[in-house]
Design a protein around this ligand. Structure first.
Ligand code: FE
Ligand code: FE
Ligand code: ZN
Length: 281
């Protein structure tokens, strides 16, 4: 079965209930939320999220909680080895975020590995590893952190499968580290999506396909290898509809939650149409 949804908002007054209502309005059977604004760390108490009502609605619509993905705010940077305040703020926030994800009942938290700022890749990687080990040390939930494959913009860490595998292999609680593959990001990082089977084989050899927890389905505004990270609507960018459609229908990816993070068009969400187009045979 194809599990396809999109990024939805979580906001007053209905919070998580509103997120599920929004996802259902697009005919989605998966969704991704931020537990608050993606660009800051202000969070309202989870008591206001209307979780029980949301779960009832999910039950009525056969919408599974394992297909609700949470994305950590992108201001977190546990790859920063130069500003240790930024690093420890990121670690502290992640610890709290894991608790929120667990309370919602979800099991995957997507995280951008981080940026090394000007310290160099090696220092950045080491910092990410230290941070993740510290975060997971006292957390005994079953929530997994899915490291997102990045475009390689600026000093971003995680733009190759090797880097992601390198991080995972040095985590004490390895089983808690999964991966989120973003089609726009890997295209921008230089992977050839025309040969998607080859990319997937590479992923399998280096990281292991069983570690693939989420896929972000986005077209890209830029050419392969541009290291830009600007998402485009499905079929409007350099990846194109056919490739994205074949990824959504790929037999090896069946059942993995896929999430659109494409831009609004004229102030309106494009998700209902994009989900419909991508789901049709
Ligand atoms: Fe992301
Ligand atoms: Fe993404
Ligand atoms: Zn992106």
């Amino acid at each position: 079965m194809i599990v396809l949804g999109c990024h939805v908002s979580l906001k007053a007054p209905h919070y998580f209930l509103g997120s599920i209502q929004e996802a259902l309005s697009y005919q989605a059977n998966a969704c991704m939320i931020y537990t608050g604004p993606p660009s800051n760390s202000k969070r309202v108490s989870i008591d206001q999220f209307k979780i029980e009502q949301a779960k009832e609605l999910m039950k009525e619509n056969d919408f599974k909680i394992e297909n609700v993905i949470v994305h950590a705010p992108y201001i977190i940077n546990i790859g920063n080895s130069l500003n240790l305040d930024t690093f420890s703020f990121g670690c502290d926030f992640l610890k709290e975020e894991l608790k929120r994800v667990h309370e919602i009942g979800a099991s995957i938290l997507v995280l951008h590995p981080g940026s090394h700022v000007k310290a160099g890749k090696e220092a950045g990687l080491k910092q990410v590893i230290d941070g993740l080990n510290q975060v997971l040390e006292q957390d005994n939930s079953n929530v997994c952190i899915a490291l997102e494959t990045m475009a390689g913009k600026g000093s971003e860490i995680g733009s190759t499968f090797e880097e992601i595998a390198y991080i995972k292999n040095q985590i004490i609680k390895k089983e808690r580290i999964k991966v989120c593959l973003d089609t726009c990001h890997i295209h921008d990082a230089g992977y050839s999506l025309e040969n998607f089977d080859q990319v997937l084989n590479e992923f399998d050899e280096i990281i292991g396909l069983d570690n693939l927890a989420v896929i972000h389905i986005n077209d890209s505004k830029n050419e392969k290898g541009a290291h830009k990270d600007r998402h485009e609507n499905i079929g409007q960018g350099y990846i194109g509809f056919d490739i994205l459609h074949s990824i959504v229908h790929h037999p090896k990816l069946e059942g993995i939650p896929m999430i659109l993070e494409t831009p609004y068009i004229d102030g309106k969400p494009p998700y209902k149409e994009e989900i419909k187009k991508l789901t049709l045979e």
